[in-house]
Ligand binder design. Structure first.
Ligand SMILES: CC(C)(COP(=O)(O)OP(=O)(O)OC[C@H]1O[C@@H](n2cnc3c(N)ncnc32)[C@H](O)[C@@H]1OP(=O)(O)O)[C@@H](O)C(=O)NCCC(=O)NCCS
Length: 253
């Protein structure tokens, strides 16, 4: 997961490795994320050399776990990664939408708030079983649940710019954690408690979120996994369109 505090970056002409402090804390070993820069050629021996250099440098710097995100149309880079012990764990679909003024809805069950926490939200962590953390056996489902629980709690308690909470009577049963940066509003996590999913709560929260969006926002974004059918349907039905997709590749050094 990409958290934004105290970033440390190793850069090269073709890649950048960024330290992930929060993942490292929870997993108990140094973890980072690598991005390949647009200067990296699509084909040829430079691709192999750049990847080898990146992994060697990460290992020398004490990294044990590196995540790479590779644009889905970069076939040579993807193949090079998976032939160099990279595990293709997931494909992430990144959606985008221009805000549309929403007609006022029955917004009573929803509330926009800077901080709101309820232990029941931990229940969503187990529902995120399609995420890359669960799909990599090296991480293990216990660590995956801990990662998501921590993330959900941190974002509800103020790491997010704000949250939208959905109440069923007085009980909170759904939330959206939103991060606003440079006039772009990103849904970091949306979750509905198991038992309340599939009842239209996610769709209502999405409408409320857009209704309350600040005028300064010119783009809304959200990412999800290719296999998360309910989330894909939710975003497409809410007017989002695919902007890019990226393969998620794990390296254990
Ligand atoms: C994704 C999620 C937020 C959707 O909220 P929700 O309240 O269940 O969604 P809604 O009831 O509003 O339904 C939205 C769409 O998803 C579909 N859907 C909901 N549950 C589904 C399921 N289990 N299987 C297939 N489709 C499903 C609905 O049919 C609807 O599509 P439609 O309008 O074409 O019929 C919720 O399922 C959830 O919390 N999942 C676990 C956490 C997660 O994966 N979050 C997203 C990644 S950050």
């Amino acid at each position: 997961m990409k958290e934004t505090s105290s970033e440390r970056i190793i850069t090269d002409d073709y890649f950048a490795i960024e330290f992930l402090p929060w993942d490292s804390d929870i997993l108990g070993y140094k973890s980072g994320i690598v991005s390949f820069l647009p200067s990296l050629p699509q084909k040829g021996s430079t691709v192999i050399l750049a990847l080898k250099k990146c992994l060697t440098q990460a290992k020398c710097d004490g990294y044990r776990f590196i995540t790479a995100k590779v644009d889905a149309d970069q076939f040579e880079l993807t193949n090079t990664c998976i032939h160099n012990n990279g595990i293709l764990v997931d494909t992430e679909v990144c959606f985008s939408k221009k805000p549309v003024k929403q007609i006022a809805d029955d917004d009573k069950p929803c509330k926009k708030t800077k901080q709101y926490w309820d232990e029941r939200f931990y229940g969503v962590a187990e529902s995120l079983h399609r995420s890359r953390f669960y799909r990599d056996p090296e991480i293990g489902s216990e660590n995956a649940v801990r990662l998501w629980k921590e993330s959900i709690r941190n974002h509800c308690l103020g790491r997010a710019s704000y949250s939208v909470i959905y109440f069923n009577s007085s009980a909170p049963v759904g939330f959206i954690n939103v991060i606003e940066q440079n006039n772009v509003s990103n849904i970091f996590i949306i979750g509905v408690l198991p038992g309340f999913q599939g009842l239209g709560i996610g769709s209502r929260m999405m409408r409320f979120y857009e209704m309350k969006l600040s005028e300064s926002i010119h783009e809304m974004t959200v990412d999800t996994q290719l296999t998360n059918i309910s989330a894909l349907k939710l975003y497409v039905n809410s007017g989002y369109r695919i902007k890019r997709s990226q393969h998620i590749i794990h390296f254990w050094l």
